[in-house]
Ligand binder design. Sequence first.
Ligand SMILES: C[S@@+](CC[C@H](N)C(=O)[O-])C[C@H]1O[C@@H](n2cnc3c(N)ncnc32)[C@H](O)[C@@H]1O
Length: 414
Amino acid sequence: MSASIYPENAVPPSSSSGSLPSWRSSVTFNMRVDQDDQEVALAGMLRPFVGDQMRAIRGTLETAAKNATGELTLDFKRLKYMNNVAFLEINRFVRWAVEERPNLKIRLIISSVIPWAMRKFQVMEELYPNVSVEVYDKALYPIQSVIEDEDFVRVLRTQEKIVYNHERKILHRHGLRPGMKVADIGCGLGDFAVRLNAEYKPEYVTAVDHSRAFLKHAQAHARSLGIENIEYQYGDAAALLIPDDSFDFVSCRLAIQVFHMPDQLMKELCRICKPGGRVYITNEMLACVTGYPDQDLIRMGYRRYLELSRMVGMDFDIGVRTRDLLANAGLEDIRSDLIDINNMNTDPNNFAKVVESWIKFCGDVAASASADPVIFEEIGIGLRAHVSAILSDKGYANWPILAGSGRKPERLMR
Ligand SMILES: C[S@@+](CC[C@H](N)C(=O)[O-])C[C@H]1O[C@@H](n2cnc3c(N)ncnc32)[C@H](O)[C@@H]1O
């Protein structure tokens, strides 16, 4: 069966009451119906004054429910805003479907971007046994609370500074120029946006992260510096609420490695990049960490670290796939650089602090994954050996990160 695509629709507030300001009412949406996958995906803003403004959406949902067998998925994870009128209309549709098609299961996928609606949708699940509700971005980053810890935040700032000191020399080669519209996805504490704002003078930077705690730090930091052209947004990197072809330069640094669907994330980065613009990514290669003395212990520690992180859907060695990720996403003119951080080109005390924080991080991850305690013990031994090597006058210790970028072609073939 073929899929029908509804283009961006803007339904004017034709039936809204004349006494209410019309700018507050808008129903702007994009709807995709895939009959093979029995799925309706709805993106955009649903802010009607009256239910009638949702007529087109109701009609499509009802047709999909009549045609579906077994299970119908309503994918609302890209809905950016929804008011109560819209919610009630969707609820009316669900009630209708439950009565008309009692054997049909309805799977609703929503996003925590609209927190008030999340609770209401969950009530729907309690009311109707055939309805299940999934919060799409809730479990994406299982160790989120671990890294939001205040101690870790301090180390993340140090880590960010260490990496940027190396990165600043290569960003020009990856296409960053003054005056560009830049997006930084998985921005963490937002320091990258602040630093490149000072050095590269972009027109503006939109920085997105999934952590409200980090965004708060980022916003406070930018405010304290009087910066006005950086916008920090809450969002899910794999389903960004950003239109296609929006930015000249899209960066995603040390974030693909903590995400269990790297190719999906790459697709989103490419989608929001303008044709001719560049997507820039960095990721660690922890299987290549080495040092002296105690090279064997260090290598064993990082092998175990990788094992543990993969248990929770992260891959801290995905840096080796950099060129492959960029090429698979359909990008061209691929460039890559090794960011070779080591104890001879970086302040060893700061470097050691970062590695020490990873030991704590691994302890928390091991606990959340109920991992065999031996794994954490071996990680501790290996990473402590790494710290000793970093601080040793005669020692050597590295931390390799691969940076890469590709240009989005005029027509992205995937
Ligand atoms: C290791 S930190 C890197 C932060 C920053 N880019 C840097 O280089 O310091 C990974 C970041 O990715 C964010 N992140 C993870 N999954 C995400 C998702 N699905 N959507 C948005 N951000 C996400 C985390 O909240 C975290 O801030």
